[in-house]
Design a protein around this ligand. Structure first.
Ligand SMILES: NC(=O)c1ccc[n+]([C@@H]2O[C@H](COP(=O)([O-])OP(=O)(O)OC[C@H]3O[C@@H](n4cnc5c(N)ncnc54)[C@H](OP(=O)(O)O)[C@@H]3O)[C@@H](O)[C@H]2O)c1
Length: 326
C-alpha cells in the first residue's frame, strides 16, 4: 500500500510517499481500505518531531482519522462486516491506503455521506462534542464561547452548539471567517485580532459571561477567558496554538468558581477513545443523517500532496477541514 512517511523531523518536504505492507487485523480489529483522511495540527507537530506517536501505531506515518471500507476482519469481530463504510479516530497511521483499528473505535457512515465528508468529521466533532458537552456540560439556553471558530474543531463546535440550543459566540482574527461561521449557526462574532474579546463577550451576554469556553488557542486567550467566563463557568483547554505559557489571575478562578479542564484525545487509552466514539455515534452521527450537522471542508488534496496540505494548514487561511484522498 502507499503511505506518507515522515523521513526525519522537519518542514513539510520531509513527508514522502512510500510503499508499506498492508497490516493484518488482530482479534477484535478490522482493516479499513482508507478512501480519505484529514489533516490535524497534531500531524504538523508530529512532523516537526514535537509530538511522538503512541506505541501502538506506526511511528512515522501521521493521520488521526479515516473514512473507508472494511476490507478484512479479524477474529471475534461482531459489529462490522466486509464492505461496511466506516469512519473514526486512530492514534496515527491514517495517511495510508489501509490501516487496522479496533472495531469499536469506528462508527458506520450515514447513507449518502461521501468519504471526503466522513473523513472531515471524527477529530473535529468528537473533540468539540467531548469538550463542550461531555466535559463542559453545555446545556440548552446557555452561552458558549468558541475560539478560532473557523478552525476544524471550531466549525464543529459552532454547529453542535446550535443543534443543542446554546447561544454561540465565536472569535476569529479575520471578519470573513466570522461571516462564514454565522452561516453555520454562530449567533455572535467577535473579531479578536489583538487577542482581546472579554468586553465583547460580556456585552453579548448581559454582563453574565460565557457559561462554557472551548479554548482552542491557548496562550494569552486563557487570561482573557477568565474575564469572559460566567460565574461557575467551565473552560475546556483543547489547543495551545498561541502558546503553552501564561500568567493567570487565580483570584478570578477562585471568586467565579471556574472549572478549568485540559483535554487531549490522542493520548487516551483505547477504552476511553471507544467511550468518546460511542457518545459521538449515539449523539452526533444521527444529526448528520438528519441534515442538522454537516462536514465543513476547506480543501481536498490527494494523499501524495500531503506536504502541500500541511503548508496550507500552517498558513491559517482555511475555514474547516483539510482532507486527503487516498
Ligand atoms: N486536545 C485535543 O484532543 C485536540 C484535538 C483536535 C484539535 N486540537 C487543537 O484544537 C485547535 C484547533 O485545531 P484545528 O485542527 O481545528 O485547527 P485549524 O483548522 O488548523 O484552525 C486553526 C485556526 O486557529 C487560528 N489560529 C492559529 N494560530 C492562532 C494564534 N496564534 N492566535 C489566534 N488564533 C490562531 C487560525 O484562525 P484565525 O486566524 O482566523 O483566527 C487558524 O485557522 C488546535 O490547537 C489543535 O491542536 C486539540
Amino acid at each position: 500500500m502507499r503511505a506518507i512517511s515522515i523521513k526525519k523531523p522537519g518542514d513539510a518536504e520531509v513527508l514522502e510517499l512510500v510503499e508499506r505492507p498492508r497490516p493484518e487485523p488482530s482479534r477484535g480489529e478490522v482493516r479499513v481500505r482508507i478512501r480519505a483522511t484529514a489533516v490535524n495540527r497534531a500531524d504538523l507537530l508530529q512532523r516537526m518531531g514535537a509530538y511522538p506517536a503512541p506505541r501502538d501505531v506506526p511511528a512515522d506515518i501521521p493521520g488521526l482519522e479515516l473514512a473507508g471500507e472494511v476490507e478484512a476482519v479479524g477474529e471475534g469481530v461482531t459489529r462490522l462486516a466486509l464492505g461496511d463504510r466506516v469512519f473514526g479516530l486512530v492514534g496515527g497511521g491514517a495517511y495510508a491506503e489501509a490501516m487496522v483499528s479496533h472495531e469499536r473505535a469506528l462508527a458506520k457512515m450515514p447513507a449518502g455521506m461521501s468519504f471526503e465528508e466522513a473523513a472531515a468529521i471524527p477529530e473535529a466533532f468528537v473533540t468539540a462534542h467531548d469538550a463542550m458537552v461531555t466535559q463542559g456540560g453545555l446545556r440548552s439556553g446557555e452561552s458558549v464561547l468558541v475560539h478560532a471558530i473557523g478552525s476544524g474543531v471550531g466549525t464543529a463546535a459552532a454547529q453542535i452548539g446550535r443543534a443543542i440550543g446554546a447561544y454561540v459566540i465565536g472569535t476569529a482574527r479575520t471578519q470573513d471567517k466570522l461571516d462564514r461561521a454565522a452561516a453555520l449557526g454562530m449567533d455572535h462574532g467577535v473579531l479578536a485580532a489583538d487577542a482581546k474579546f472579554a468586553e465583547a463577550v460580556l456585552a453579548a451576554t448581559d454582563a453574565a459571561g460565557a457559561a462554557v469556553i472551548v479554548e482552542l488557542v491557548g496562550g494569552a486567550y486563557v487570561a482573557e477567558d477568565l474575564r469572559a467566563v460566567a460565574l461557575r463557568g467551565r473552560i475546556i483547554l483543547v489547543g495551545l496554538l498561541a502558546g503553552a505559557q501564561q500568567t493567570l489571575d487565580l483570584g478570578l478562578i477562585l471568586r467565579k468558581r471556574v472549572a478549568l479542564t485540559g483535554t487531549v484525545l490522542r493520548a487516551r487509552p483505547l477504552e476511553e477513545k471507544i467511550a468518546a466514539m460511542r457518545a459521538f455515534e449515539a449523539q452526533i452521527v444521527p444529526l448528520f443523517a438528519r441534515g442538522k450537522l454537516a462536514a465543513v471542508i476547506d480543501r481536498t488534496f490527494p494523499l501524495a500532496r500531503a506536504a502541500d496540505a500541511h503548508r496550507h494548514m500552517a498558513g491559517n487561511t482555511g475555514f474547516g477541514k483539510i482532507v486527503l484522498t487516498c
